[in-house]
Design a protein around this ligand. Structure first.
Ligand SMILES: *[C@@H]1O[C@H](CO)[C@@H](O)[C@H](O)[C@H]1NC(C)=O
Ligand SMILES: *[C@@H]1O[C@H](CO)[C@@H](O)[C@H](O)[C@H]1NC(C)=O
Length: 130
């Protein structure tokens, strides 16, 4: 292997492995609702609360090999205690640099991914009605 090829390989690998995209979550209910991400790296986000219709929150998801495990979003009607079942959840494998995935949280069925723009979403629920 020649030297310039080795350098090229070293430079391009981190780009292939890295992801950085936005997630925007919007509440579709006037009732209080709590939600939480479980990220691809198995860590959980803080539990965050929505208290009115149309309220949005933005997240940035970063990491490496984001596509290897699903990103999951769950919601509850009250602050979740250990072992409490969510109203619903949505899950998909996400990957990309600079795109956005849009989620809505519905009162009866919980969260759903609405669409992914400028990024990849696969192996799961990626748009409404699917
Ligand atoms: C989230 O991002 C959208 C679009 O960039 C923006 O309209 C909205 O105000 C943001 N919400 C918050 C809470 O920052
Ligand atoms: C896991 O991914 C999330 C979302 O990008 C990030 O905020 C968090 O710091 C990561 N945790 C670890 C241990 O890498």
């Amino acid at each position: 292997m020649n030297r310039s090829y080795t350098i090229l390989l070293l430079l391009s690998l981190p780009l292939l492995e890295t992801c950085k995209f936005s997630a925007q979550i919007r509440s579709e209910t006037d009732r209080d609702v709590w939600a939480q991400f479980t990220f691809h790296n198995k860590t959980e986000s803080e539990v965050f609360k929505f208290s009115k219709y149309g309220e949005t929150k933005n997240f940035t998801i970063t990491g490496t090999f984001c596509n290897l495990a699903p990103t999951v979003l769950k919601s509850w009607e009250q602050f979740p205690k250990k072992g409490m079942n969510p109203i619903g959840q949505t899950s998909a494998h996400l990957e990309g640099m600079g795109g956005t995935i849009y989620y809505k949280i519905f009162p009866k069925h919980g969260p759903a991914a609405v669409r992914a723009e400028g990024m990849l979403c696969s192996w799961g629920q990626c748009r409404l009605g699917k």
